[in-house]
Design a binder for this molecule. Sequence first.
Ligand SMILES: *[C@@H]1O[C@H](CO)[C@@H](O)[C@H](O)[C@H]1NC(C)=O
Ligand SMILES: *[C@@H]1O[C@H](CO)[C@@H](O)[C@H](O)[C@H]1NC(C)=O
Ligand SMILES: *[C@@H]1O[C@H](CO)[C@@H](O)[C@H](O)[C@H]1NC(C)=O
Length: 464
Amino acid sequence: MAGAGPRKGKKDDNGIGTAIDFVLSNARLVLGVGGAAMLGIATLAVKRMYDRAISAPSSPTRLNQSGKRSWEEPNWLGSSSRLLSQDMKTNLSRSLQTLPTESSATDTDFFRPTKPKPSAKRSQVELKKSRLRLSLQEKLFAYYRRKVAIPTDEQALAKQAAVDICAELRSFLRAKLPDMPLRDMYLSGSLYDDLQVVTADHIQLIVPLMLEQNLWSCIPGEETIMNIPGFYLVRRENPEYFPRGSSYWDRCVVGGYLSPKAVAETFEKVVAGSINWPAIGSLLDYVIRPAAPPADLTLEVQYDPERRLFIDFLPSLTLGDIVLVAKPHRLAQNDNLWRLSLRPAETARLRALDQCDSGCRCLCLKIFKAVCKLNPALGHLTASQLTNVILHLSQEESNWSQDVLADRFLQALKGLIRYLEAGVLPSALNPKVNLFSELTPEEVDELGYTLYSSLSEPEVLLQT
Ligand SMILES: *[C@@H]1O[C@H](CO)[C@@H](O)[C@H](O)[C@H]1NC(C)=O
Ligand SMILES: *[C@@H]1O[C@H](CO)[C@@H](O)[C@H](O)[C@H]1NC(C)=O
Ligand SMILES: *[C@@H]1O[C@H](CO)[C@@H](O)[C@H](O)[C@H]1NC(C)=O
């Protein structure tokens, strides 16, 4: 059992460090050193440290002299150096020292099952809790007004620019490529659902391909060697009766499958190559240009001297009741896969829930979106992941009145950390789909670490 025993360092007086070292080294033997697993273990270690300290007669921040040293640099931080940089260690160590103490904790149930407390003390704690919550509640609303909400005139200008350009493109494609089988393009995305945050800067232009239903079929990603639920291959069928060329889209078939990349390239040529954007721009009084690579299918529109809108072309197709979009998987080896379009249904469900009870789910989502947009360490989190965290929480919590925004915000934050710990966030609409499947283990660690560090003082998330 080499390596499984306690480490030699004896600087801790209360045995916490030793216990955590033991947990870590054993877990490593059992689980191997996986990224997400290590985060889970680190988190587990912190929870245990916290549990032990809180069940001791005095709380960690009240530990004086003797106890203090072991909190300054917990032993176990040294154990996962592959994953935690020095900077992170310092921060996490600092964060450990400010973990909520028993009487000031806003919510300790994440760390341990609630223990019965003497009732006088409990009511005091409740009072303190509600005061702390009120202040977070106020801070969330202030943050919403200051950073999250986009002024209505800005939204209107951005939408108008998108509508104008969409109209131009429609008539251009109809004139120049009359045989390309497309349905009418339409605008979509958070700017249309009033879920965009911070600034009105992006919108999607959905370009629906018309496919012959007898010539194409979808193969779910989990039935392919890539084994990725939530993605599909689109196979060309019946080539013996309907030879290559029977369908316009045969030109985008690679190895028997309709390639989203080839479809995108077809549009790229049109968008970047053959449209005279400067002329159209001066006609409409915008500055329009194709965005810099790698955003090949994106137009950059300056609709106001200080504001720019990015319009993403998103080829889309429908086979039976399955809607797919040509938004590539983050890993290049999967670039032949089409992505299942879940956003419209997720957004509709969230809105419908809010409409039933005048709830604050969308508000909560928008605050999270802004936090992630403004905080580079959280940039890898997507609107879809955040939406699903809130949809899952909606199944546990029925009361989403505006008065409980801070509670729900904290619950969603903790939920997100738990999903990161597990490395799996199932889609609320399609549980087979893991919405973290495109994150690397290192990204999961970084996100988990950043969010975990914020738990003791969630307000730090609002300071960007
Ligand atoms: C530590 O405890 C001593 C008495 O035991 C006290 O005088 C001192 O102020 C305490 N220090 C801190 C930082 O709490
Ligand atoms: C650590 O904290 C400092 C100051 O709070 C911050 O500037 C830095 O980015 C943090 N580092 C990490 C890795 O979170
Ligand atoms: C929801 O919670 C708030 C605050 O605790 C309370 O005032 C309200 O009555 C609750 N609503 C429902 C429908 O239970």
